[in-house]
Each structure stands twice: as structure tokens, then as C-alpha cells.
Design a binder for this molecule. Sequence first.
Ligand code: ADQ
Length: 462
Amino acid sequence: MSRLVVVSNRVGPLTDTGRAGGLAVALVDALTETGGLWFGWSGEISEEGSFGNLKQAGTRKVSMTTVDMTQADYDEFYAGYSNKTLWPVLHYRLDLAVFDRRLEDGYRRVNERFATRLRPLLEQDDIVWVHDYHFLPFAAELRGMEVENPLGFFLHVPFPAPEVLAGLPNAATLVRRMLAYDVIGFQSRRDAANFRRFVVEELDAVETGDGELAVGGQRVVARAFPIGIDAAGFARQATTPEARRQTGRVEKLLAGRQQIIGVDRIDYSKGLPERFRAFGRLLDDYPENRGQVSLMQVAPPSRADLDAYAEIRRELEELTGNINGRFADLDWTPIRYMTRSFTRRALAGLYRASRVALVTPLRDGMNLVAKEYVAAQRAEDPGVVVLSRFAGAAEGMPEALIVNPHSAEGVAASLQTALNMPLDERRDRWQAIFDRICENDASAWADSFLETLRETGRQRAG
Ligand code: ADQ
């Protein structure tokens, strides 16, 4: 079988550090199967940047090869166009996006530079799988260097409705460059349909069925490949001594009361202030929960150097203070808000101690937390997921309580339903979701994408 080459902004880790998510695990499995190369940014900033030496690490079967960035690359490509322009636009937040020609040029430059460094490492039979919004035009750069290998792309974040994306200056140029990939994978059917509609309406493509598009002699497959987690592995993590210790600690503290849990990087797409307000609304509208139900929100900071993120942090601290000030009692604190990070095992233990997972992003490509929570539950007494309709995960989890995260009233009502759901119903809903996430796990996701890419590559070669 042909060698797999994975390209992503961050590379590794190859071994389970206790912190790596299901994604890294699935990619490492796929890379190990055929032997592979994982290429991307070293995480270092240096004067030579991508003109410096290639950095090598890894194992006999999987080599990790990375390059540095210059400070300008980091500012313009990573912090800039990727995170200040594309991230907000792809999450439907044109209002937060920065449009600056310098950032756009930096993005294009780093894509070209990284492709230039990868080019000599490619072998004739390799298949190349590029990840996420940092590298939308990467295939176009490689094709310009006469690379004929199958090139696939997976977008981890949403692809917005064409009406929203059209607000991005030069959106059509960017999307046209994406057509250099053979296969483009999305988290949900909605995202894939948004992409195809953009290409049909703005670039005169024709849909030829089964997610295929024909445009100017090119063919591209644009389909949903919803990402999974290592569900069986995560379920095992929840029964490790470390997980049990955490479950025990929380249960002792709760002393028979109930806990709702939220776990998210701090990001405006995750709907955290809306969530805190909805929890406050639960205590207002259903006062029997006062003194009885608390919210544990685990929220490690991310991209702390961006203003929009600092502002959310301030808002969350203020909301926590308000709600706790209003409702706290001597022996009960309504919101426990923690910005520390946990190992996978500890996290699994916290999920298990919580009756409800509150997963209410305003937009999310998939949201792995919803799946992890389900995997970590006790089959005999599982909890309930309250899930935003705007998370990709909602497409595959109709048995969760699906909510509109903008409606504090609606989320509070669903929380009340979840907290009072009879055991039989909790079991039925949980079992249906659990079976599905085990079947569609991380390795099934990688296999199905790569099979489509190999097949499309064969057709192109033939
Ligand atoms: P993220 O936006 O990072 O991912 P998500 O899918 O929720 O969102 O994954 C977050 C991961 O970080 C989870 O595995 C979670 O357990 C872990 N995590 C969060 N807080 C933690 C803490 N304090 N300690 C330890 N671990 C913590 C992007 C997209 C998503 C998409 C994924 C995968 O934005 O929509 O689901 O990629 O494609």
C-alpha cells in the first residue's frame, strides 16, 4: 500500500502522552499502518524560519519532519490570517474577522513555503492528507510544483453558508484553489453541502452526484466524513485508577447532589457566556435546583494573545462572580470554573461523575467532548447530553437533547428535563449514541477518508 503523508500545522505526539486527543491517535494508527511521514510546523520561531534545516523526529515507521516559522510567518499566517480571519469567518463571525491584505499575503506565502519544503520529500506512490483551515491552498501550491499524487484535505471546523463566506474578501479565489484537492472532507453533511453550493453558485461548478463536483475539467469529491473518537479506548480510560480517583473526589464533594459538566477551550465559538447565563436561568426558573445542582466548567485558555479571547475570559469571570454571588450557600457553590488542564484519564473521571454534559457551542465543526462524555458513562446509570444544534456532533446524535444555545430559556428547560430523566430513558438514549460512536470511531473515520482518497486517486491515474 502507498505511504501516507500527513500535513498539519501541529505535528505529533506519536505516543499517548495522556493528553493527546483521539485525532492524534487515529492519525498515528493510519501512519503506522503503511509507514508514513507527518509534516508541519516545529512549534518554534527562528530567524531562518522555513528556510532553516528540516527537523526530524519519530520512529522507524513514522517520521515527523518539521520546519520553523519566522516571527512574521507566525504573526501573519498563524495568529493572523488563520486565527483572526479564517477562524471567525468559518464560525460565522464576520463581525470578529480582521481583513488585512498583509495577513492574506502571509498565509499564501507560508503555504507556498511549506509546500516547497515538502515537495522533495514526496515519493511517487505517496498519498497526501492535509488537515485544517491553515492549509486550504496547500494542494494548489503542490500542483504548481508538478505533484501528481492523490491529495486529500479534511476541514476540522465548519464550512459556513455561502452567504457568510462571500463576506471574506477573495473568498472565491481561495475556494477555487481548494479544488486542487482530489477529496475534501467535512465534519457534517451541512458543511459539505455549503461547500458544494458555494462552488456551484460562485465558480460555476456542476454537481455530478454523490458529492462530486466538476469544474473546468477538474473533478473533486466534497463529502462529509464525521470525525470520531477512540470510543472503546476512552471508555477504558474512565475505569483507570486515576479516573476513579477523580470520580470519587467529585462524588464525595457532591454528596448526593448533581453536577452538570462543560469542557471547552476558551473560545467565542463555544458559547460559554451564553451557557453560564442558561445555567443561571435554570436556577431562576426551576428554584428546586438551588443548593442541589452545580455546573463544573473546565476551560483551558487558548490563543491568549488575541484580544477577542481575553475579553471572553473577563466576561466569564464576571458571570461566574455574579451567579455565585447571587445563589451560593455555605455548603454549595453553583459554578465551579477551572482554567487548568487535565489528563485524559482525569477528564474521563470527571465526565463519569456528572449527570449532564452541557455542550452548547454557537458553532463547532464536530465537538469531541460530547462523544467523550458518552464514552465515559456507566452503562447501568448513564448521564444525558444537552447538545447545541450548531455542533457537527448533533447530526449523529439525535438521542441527545438538542438545543438552540442562544435561548437561555430553552437550554434551561432542557437541563431540567435532563436532570429529571428516568433511568430507563437515560439508558435507551445513551445506548443508541454509544453504539454509534463505537462503530464510527476515529480509526473508521481515517479508513473511510483514505479509502475514498485512494479510489479517487486511482480514477485520476486511470
Ligand atoms: P476543538 O475546537 O479544540 O477542536 P473539541 O472537538 O471539543 O474542540 O476538542 C477539544 C479536545 O480538547 C477534547 O478532546 C477535550 O477533551 C480536550 N480538552 C478540552 N479541555 C481540556 C482540559 N482542560 N484538559 C484536558 N483536555 C481538554 C477542533 C474543532 C472541533 C472538532 C475537533 C476535531 O473546533 O469542532 O471536533 O477539532 O476535529
